[in-house]
Write a protein that binds this ligand. Structure first.
Ligand code: AMP
Length: 581
């Protein structure tokens, strides 16, 4: 008899990672046996279920290749054109990192897998911190998005919204989380956040973890708290929720738990009133033992600021997943965000890996010489140190589907590989033939921003834009800066800012530098934007259907509206003074 529920999860992790090859093999057989009769697979396999034939003939595809099938289902055709199991709806990806939201089919089995995944990724964390569900409550910021109805009457929702609606999650909510369901489903993001903070503060002694799915949401909550703590304290003191909250669900949720508590209000006020907010999470929630949110990938840029607020609490990135498939879990919850690897679990989806070379390493001719180097590799055959683009095959109608992420193998747990997240594929910035990836950008910005340090500024957000409105085109970086202490805004030193532009260029790859020298690319520009600009960008994306829980800041701006939001808030423009060496 297990003493803790997560021990079953830990045992399953050992079992599936030990038998990775067999489990992947069986999973693919099952998917093919079940789906060979679909219109999609019949096109290639003519009803056959042979696994080798599948790998030889069925093409590697991207979303646009499957979209015609998905659109047909959304418009009322039978879903068995793509998958055998009846569909219950669609998942809608956030669409904020790589482009437009995508719809993927959901079935009863998919929903069950998310529940299983939750148990599996929680297990290593529970092992480290004890059973959180027994020890106290989680203050996680969660935001459901309204669902969209397709012409055929099926619903499309973000994964997180679908999870918040599941009965197993609802059953856990009152006991394990501080946010009542009404606040999660409140249609006004600001009211929802206000109330989730209020409930988290009222139950502060019970809170054992603070978090959200992604790091950017935790930071957004802390910044919101910086602007609203006085109002929250006066609510707590009076035992009444502010008139700003008009949502009836939130108001009724509050009426059940609020009573006047001036002692708590004074205590929070004292903490929030201090000059520096360093360690504020630890001070406000003294029993929290970690901050839980994904800090890898595009979220890396937030770790420094989050470390400042968390006051030494470990930042735990628990899992790697997408709307298309659950993939990996972090078996070492305490490791630093920069070192996090996700162990792929072979029972979640059938995984293949398309080898990826760093664009700047060698020429295209060299790369395509050896055909085998470009063929997808099975899960158990990936090589440490190598980079791959992830392909998934699922029972829900995705066959050799490009998720759009690049991963690097860091090792193995038993026979299952572990991956570091490298970057989103295809979100590179480019003004000519050169390509600068998300990680190139991250590396260059990290080096350049160090020059702001002596001036007392920190870079809180950035994104990029390829400005080709005049020839030659040039890279534009939008930077949002904040002073380390105090709110009085110092002048930016133009010399230092120009130096930052230069440092970014200097850290870029060889092709960029050559193009700059030959004036194929004009000098890089940094446009500094007002504080709150990236929040406005997030608001814009959320208003246009992105899920706040799954929001990821775009690495490169492509939409005109988003560009307008940024450009209208520019407070300074700086250019690189010379071409990089
Ligand atoms: P969505 O399409 O909204 O489901 O977002 C899924 C995408 O979020 C993935 O394809 C990744 O690009 C990103 N993502 C999810 N989990 C992680 C993680 N642990 N680290 C880095 N990026 C992640």
């Amino acid at each position: 008899m297990e003493t803790n529920w997560y021990e079953g999860g830990l045992r399953m992790i050992e079992e599936v990672t030990t038998n990775a090859e067999r489990i992947q093999d069986e999973l693919l057989s099952e998917i093919l046996d079940r789906n060979a009769g679909t219109e999609y697979l019949r096109r290639f396999l003519h009803g056959q279920t042979d696994k080798q034939l599948f790998k030889k003939i069925v093409p590697v595809v991207a979303y646009d290749d499957l979209k015609p099938y998905i659109d047909r289902i959304a418009n009322g055709e039978r879903s068995d054109i793509l998958l055998a199991e009846p569909i219950t709806g669609f998942f809608m990806s956030s669409g904020t990192s790589g482009g437009k939201p995508k719809l993927t089919p959901v079935t009863a089995e998919v929903a069950q897998k998310w529940e299983l995944f939750y148990t599996l990724y929680e297990s290593p964390v529970m092992k480290r911190f004890g059973d959180i569900t027994q020890a106290g409550k989680r203050m996680e910021f969660m935001f459901a998005r309204p669902e969209i109805e397709t012409p055929s009457g099926l619903t499309a929702a973000s994964v997180s919204t679908s999870i918040y609606k599941e009965s197993w999650f609802r059953a856990m909510l009152p006991k394990c989380y501080t946010s009542p369901v009404e606040t999660i489903f409140c249609p006004e993001p600001e009211q929802s956040l206000y109330c989730q903070l209020l409930f988290g503060l009222i139950q502060r002694d019970e809170v054992v973890l603070v978090g959200s799915v992604f790091a950017s949401t935790v930071l957004r909550a802390i910044k919101f708290l910086e602007n609203h703590w006085q109002e929250l304290c006066s609510d707590i003191k009076a035992g009444r929720i502010s008139h700003r909250i008009t949502d009836l669900g939130c108001r009724s949720g509050a009426s059940l738990i609020m009573k006047p508590n001036s002692q708590l209000a004074d205590l929070i006020q004292n903490v929030c009133n201090s000059k520096s907010w360093e360690g504020i999470i630890r001070k406000l929630w003294p029993n929290a033992n970690h901050v839980r949110c994904i800090c890898t990938g595009v979220m890396r840029q937030y770790t420094e600021e989050l470390e400042f607020y968390s006051g030494g609490l470990p930042l735990v990135s628990a899992f790697y997943a997408s709307s298309e498939a659950q993939c990996g879990i972090n078996l070492e919850p305490l490791c630093k965000p920069a070192d996090v690897s996700y162990t792929f679990l072979p029972n979640l989806a059938y995984f293949e890996f398309l080898p990826v070379k760093n664009d700047h390493d060698e020429s295209i001719e060299m790369r395509s010489k050896n055909k085998d180097d470009n063929e997808p590799v099975d899960l158990v055959n990936v090589k440490p140190g190598h980079r791959y683009e992830l392909l998934v095959t699922t029972s829900a109608g995705l066959y050799r589907y490009k998720v759009g992420d690049v991963l690097m193998v860091t090792g193995f747990h038993n026979n299952a590989p572990q991956f570091q997240f490298v970057e989103r594929q295809n979100v590179a910035i480019s003004v000519d033939q050169e390509k600068t990836s998300e990680s190139d950008l991250f590396k260059a910005v990290t080096e350049a921003k160090a020059h702001l340090d002596p001036l007392g500024f920190v870079l809180t957000e950035y994104t990029s834009y390829a400005d080709t409105s005049s020839a030659p085109g040039h890279y534009v970086l939008f930077w949002e800066l904040k002073q380390k202490e105090g709110n009085h805004c110092k002048e930016l030193d133009p010399k230092v800012m120009a130096e930052c532009c230069y440092r970014v260029e200097e850290s870029f790859h060889y092709t960029y530098k050559i193009y700059r020298k030959k004036n194929i690319i004009a000098p890089l520009e940094i446009r500094v934007v007002k504080q709150g600009t990236f929040d406005a960008l997030m608001d814009y994306n959320v208003a246009n259907g992105a899920s706040l829980s799954q929001y990821k800041r775009p690495s490169c701006i492509k939409s005109k509206e988003a560009l307008k939001i940024l450009d209208s808030r520019v407070i300074g423009k700086f250019f690189s003074p010379k071409s990089p060496l």
